[in-house]
Every structure is written in structure tokens, then in C-alpha cells.
Design a protein around this ligand. Structure first.
Ligand SMILES: Cc1ncc(C[n+]2csc(CCOP(=O)(O)OP(=O)(O)O)c2C)c(N)n1
Length: 556
């Protein structure tokens, strides 16, 4: 069969149900083969969106997301999306067309060295040399993307390889099963971790995205409840513990909550699981947890000691490690009693709640609380980047894993909306809401067309301040209010913009009106944009100034 046919058959063997992409000359044969397949191909309006949609699909479902682009500009447009997935350990497989083999390296029409370009932003990349290699390469790509620490893999397929005929037996290439880890948690390290936790007076847990990837929430909560330890999350870990749980203290770090940022400074033993200790989480790293013993669990050995020195390193899948720790802990100790430590958790959590409650009508913290009140627990929230993202991270509680999807590592404006489309394709039964800033939304709003035409109804809530709000906040707080290149001045009328694409738009003027349009939006099967006007002077607080330790948190 032809390379293109083998390609599509191999995807079917991987149970791929959807591909997000834009075609072009170098993938026409694959497109033609897709015409005979039940795989849904969704035409996006920009390749960056195709990669973000595949990423959103992956994060919402736990399966591998797939995107496709033609050679040259199609492939290079994928780059931001691939880098975004890489930084957040999201499993996607990106396919690109390539010029015919004999033209590679000759600056042929629409040639780009996508292998060279994506080397540092993929877990692995392949250029297929012969049609006969296609099924094995695809199988390997799915295995690498989904196993261990997940991440993006790129497969570049020259055009003539798609046309070439080869003798391949597709039946030998059944679906790849994700292998969490090759490492079992080391028993001695588990024992040491448990000894530390048993002796801790002020234990604290930091849950990162690894907890969500390995479905380890249950184990995490069991350990927290046994120790009565507060659980802070990173942006990627949001949803690892329901944020209405008494021990959940919310986000840690630059825009961390009062409770998480204060408690971490007093903790004597920290159990950090599935987190890479990004600088956004630790603040100035020399001042981070100076007096605490640190147990660090990560599936990727390269993360241990990279940013923060661990007293007890455990290289393992989060679920397996937490299961072992929990088993041993149960043997060694009874559930802890309430103490001054638990009283402190309650007291510090209340301070943030009070702060959110005293905000006026359409102030972002109030809007976030209202969104939470209206959405069902399993609704999926995606975010753009900037103040909108941080208001959502701090004030919009997530109750379940895989319900809060945000670009944490790369911080990519324009991510949230296409990621919402991918999430909705993966989970059509739940409402999907993108919390957006006006600046971010106008980076990828063209995919409203995809949303409407492909019947992927999501809701976008634009916190419209006519500025690049987060940058303006930094200029206001740290550059003496000298605003440069942040005033958007003219943004589109988002209601009319939505309508122009065949979606619906609303501009509520009060919290009550906001609630009623949001209820309408999530019930309807029409993509909706809700334009909420907010002040350009608003700051997201709490905030730790850049380069400072967490103790420098500003919150008033
Ligand atoms: C693609 C991209 N370009 C630039 C930035 C730098 N940046 C971070 S936040 C931000 C402002 C975001 O503005 P907006 O989307 O309006 O959200 P707001 O902060 O106002 O909520 C910018 C420009 C970025 N993160 N991503």
C-alpha cells in the first residue's frame, strides 16, 4: 500500500479519532487517504491553533492529541503550539509534510528544516525515510509522547514517501499502551520519606501536574488527610485536589494564595510531587523552603535537584510513589489531630475569601466566584495568559483533575481558546469555558470560524480592559507607571465579532446579567463570547515581585 495509506491505517490502529490541522501541497496524499477513514479531520484557521487544540484535547482526555500541517510555513506555524505542549508535558503527536527527499537541503519551495527547528522543543522527532517505516515510526511516536513524562513528538513525512508503495503489515501495529515509568519507587527512599513525614510538625504538600498525569489524586488526598497537611498546587497541578477541600490551599508562587505562600515558609517537611519547581512556583530559589526538609517525587530523574535540592529524591510515577508512601504511613502513624498548624490553614484561607468577597460587582475575583457557582463541577476551564489567567488560577476553584487547562510553562497568549476547542472535542458532554484577556483572544479569535462550522460550542469570557493587562501591571508596579506598548486602544467589538462568525455575543452590565448570560451560554449549543468590561488599572493580587522570595508577597 502507499505510504499515505499506511500512515492513515497506522493512526487508526492507535485509535486516533480526530486530527486538527491545515492541509497543503506536502500533505495532500495523506489528506486523500484520510478521505477513506473515519478519523475526523478538523480544519483550523491557523496551525498554531491546531497544535493548541491537540494539546487541549490531550489535557482534557489524558489521550494523545494529534495535529497536522504542511511543510515550510505550515510546519513553522506549529512551533509555538509544540513548545507550549513541551513546557507543560502534554502528549501530542504533530505530523508535518516535507518536500520530496531529493529536494531536502536545496531550499525547495516550502522547505523548512522542521527537524532542526523542533529539536529542543520535542521529546523526540522523526523524519520518515521510507514508506515501510511509517507504521513503526507512528507507533514509536505515540509511545514516546505518552510514556514516562509525556510530551510532544513530531513526525515529518516527505511527500514522495507518501506516494511510495511498500509492503507493510498494519495488523502488527496495535495501539500503544502508555507505560508510566520504568522506575519503581526506591524502598529505602520511601522509608526515609515516611520517617520525615511522621516526625513532621508542620508538613506541607506541593502537588504539580505530575499528579494529574498519573491519576494520583486519591493517593494525594489520602496522605494529606492522614497528615493533616495543607496541599498547595502549581498551575499545572490545579485540580489535583478539589479546591473546596479543607486542606486545599490553592496556588503557590508568584500569584500564589495567601495561605499557600505563607504556610510554605513555615513548613518543616515538604512533600513535592510531580512538580519541577519552576521559578514561578518557588520565587527566588535561594529563599525557598530554607528550613524545611524536602521530599521530591518526579518521574523525570532530570528534574531532581535541577532547581531545588531534595533531601529525599524519589524517581517514580507519582501514583506508585504515593501509594507506597501511604501504605507505610498508615502502618507507622494514626491520623493526626487538629493542631495550631491546621488552625492556621483555616485562618489564612479565610483571609483570601474575605478579600474576594469585598470586591465590587464585576471585579474579576467576584466574576471568578460567580463562574464557579454557575458551572457544574466537571466543566472544563481553559485560560489565556496574563491577569485573566491569574485571576482564574487564584479565585476560580477547580474541583477535579483535568478541568483546569492553562499554559503554565511557556505562558502562551492565544492558547486558551483553541485549547478549549480541543477539550470540547475530547469531552463534548461537559461545558468548556475559556477565560480570556482581550489581548490574548485577538491572537487566535479567527478559530471562532472553526468552532461554529465544526459545531464545537464553547464559551469565551473576555475580561476586557483594553490593555495588555499583566504587562501594564508590571509597568505600574515596577517601572513607575511608564506605560509603553500596552494600550490596545482599539479592540474589536467582541459581540459583533462573535456574530460575524455566526456565534453569539453578550455584553453584561451587572453581575446578575453576567450570571444569566453565562447560564444561557453553557446550555446553548452555540459558541458564545461574553464581553466583560473591567478597569485597566486593576491589579492581580496577591503577587510576589519578580526575583523576590515568597515572603515578599504583596496582597493589598
Ligand atoms: C504570545 C505572547 N506574547 C507576549 C506575551 C507577554 N505577555 C504576557 S501577559 C501579556 C498581556 C496579556 O494581555 P491580555 O490577553 O489582554 O490579558 P490581561 O493581562 O489583560 O488579562 C503579555 C503581552 C505572552 N505571554 N505571550
Amino acid at each position: 500500500m502507499s505510504g499515505a495509506k499506511a500512515f492513515v491505517k497506522a493512526l487508526e490502529m492507535q485509535k486516533v479519532d480526530v486530527i486538527f490541522g491545515i492541509p497543503g501541497g506536502a500533505v495532500l496524499d495523506i489528506c486523500d487517504a484520510l478521505a477513506d477513514s473515519s478519523i475526523r479531520t478538523i480544519l483550523m484557521r491557523h496551525e498554531q491553533c491546531a497544535a493548541h487544540a491537540a494539546d487541549g484535547y490531550a489535557r482534557a482526555s489524558g489521550r494523545v492529541g494529534v495535529c497536522m500541517a504542511t511543510s515550510g510555513p505550515g510546519a513553522t506555524n506549529l512551533v509555538t503550539g509544540i513548545a507550549t505542549a513541551y513546557m507543560d508535558s502534554s502528549p501530542i503527536v504533530a505530523f508535518t509534510g516535507q518536500v520530496p527527499r531529493k529536494l531536502i537541503g536545496r531550499d525547495a519551495f516550502q522547505e523548512a528544516d522542521i527537524i532542526g527547528i523542533t529539536c529542543p522543543i520535542t521529546k523526540h522527532n522523526f523524519q520518515v525515510g521510507h514508506a515501510s517505516e511509517i507504521p513503526t515510526t507512528i507507533k514509536k511516536a505515540f509511545y514516546i509522547a505518552s510514556s514516562g513524562r509525556p510530551g510532544p513528538v513530531l513526525v515529518d513525512v516527505p511527500k514522495d514517501v507518501q506516494i511510495e508503495f511498500a509492503d507493510v503489515k498494519i495488523e502488527d501495529h496495535e495501539e500503544t499502551i502508555r507505560r508510566p515509568s520504568n522506575h519503581a519507587p526506591h524502598p529505602l527512599q520511601v522509608k526515609k520519606a515516611v520517617e520525615l513525614l511522621v516526625s513532621a510538625e508542620r508538613p506541607m504538600i506541593i502537588a504539580g501536574g505530575g499528579v494529574i498525569t498519573s491519576n494520583a489524586s486519591e493517593e494525594l488526598i489520602a496522605i494529606a488527610e492522614l497528615l493533616l497537611a495543607p496541599v498547595a498546587t502549581t498551575l499545572m497541578g490545579k485540580g489535583a485536589i478539589p479546591e473546596n477541600h479543607p486542606l486545599a490551599t490553592g496556588l503557590l508562587g508568584m500569584h500564589g494564595t495567601i495561605a499557600s505562600n505563607r504556610l510554605i515558609q513555615e513548613a518543616d517537611v515538604v512533600l513535592a510531587v510531580g512538580t519541577r519547581f519552576s521559578d514561578r512556583t518557588t520565587g527566588k530559589v535561594d529563599e525557598f523552603c530554607q528550613d524545611a526538609k524536602i521530599i521530591h517525587i518526579d518521574i523525570d530523574a532530570a528534574e531532581i535537584g535541577k532547581n531545588v535540592e531534595a533531601d529525599v529524591p524519589i524517581v517514580a510515577d507519582a501514583k506508585e510513589a504515593l501509594q507506597e508512601i501511604h501504605m507505610l504511613l498508615q502502618r507507622k502513624m494514626a491520623k493526626k489531630e487538629n493542631s495550631a498548624w491546621t488552625a492556621k490553614i483555616r485562618e489564612l484561607k479565610e483571609q483570601l475569601e474575605e478579600k474576594a468577597n469585598c470586591q465590587g460587582e464585576l471585579k474579576p475575583p467576584r466574576v471568578m466566584a460567580e463562574i464557579r457557582r454557575i458551572l457544574p463541577e466537571d466543566a472544563i476551564i481553559t485560560t489565556e495568559v496574563g491577569q485573566n489567567q491569574m485571576w482564574a488560577a487564584i479565585y476560580l476553584k477547580a474541583y477535579k483533575p483535568r478541568t483546569f487547562i492553562s499554559s503554565g510553562g511557556l505562558g502562551t497568549m492565544g492558547f486558551g481558546f483553541p485549547a478549549a476547542l480541543g477539550a470540547k472535542v475530547a469531552r463534548p458532554e461537559v461545558p468548556v469555558v475559556d477565560i480570556a484577556g482581550d489581548g490574548s483572544f485577538i491572537m487566535t479569535e479567527q478559530d471562532l470560524a472553526t468552532s461554529v462550522l465544526e459545531n464545537i460550542p464553547v464559551t469565551v469570557i473576555v475580561l476586557n480592559n483594553s490593555v495588555l493587562g499583566m504587562v501594564a501591571q508590571w509597568q505600574r508596579l515596577f517601572y513607575g507607571g511608564r506605560y509603553v506598548a500596552v494600550k490596545l486602544g482599539k479592540v474589536p467589538d467582541f459581540v459583533k465579532l462573535a456574530e460575524a462568525y455566526g456565534a453569539q455575543g453578550f455584553r453584561p452590565k451587572s453581575l446578575e446579567e453576567f450570571s444569566s448570560v453565562l447560564k444561557k451560554a453553557i446550555k446553548s449549543d452555540v459558541t458564545t463570547v461574553i464581553d466583560v468590561s473591567i478597569s485597566p488599572e486593576e491589579n492581580v493580587l496577591p503577587m510576589v515581585p519578580p526575583g523576590k522570595g515568597l515572603k515578599w508577597m504583596i496582597w493589598e
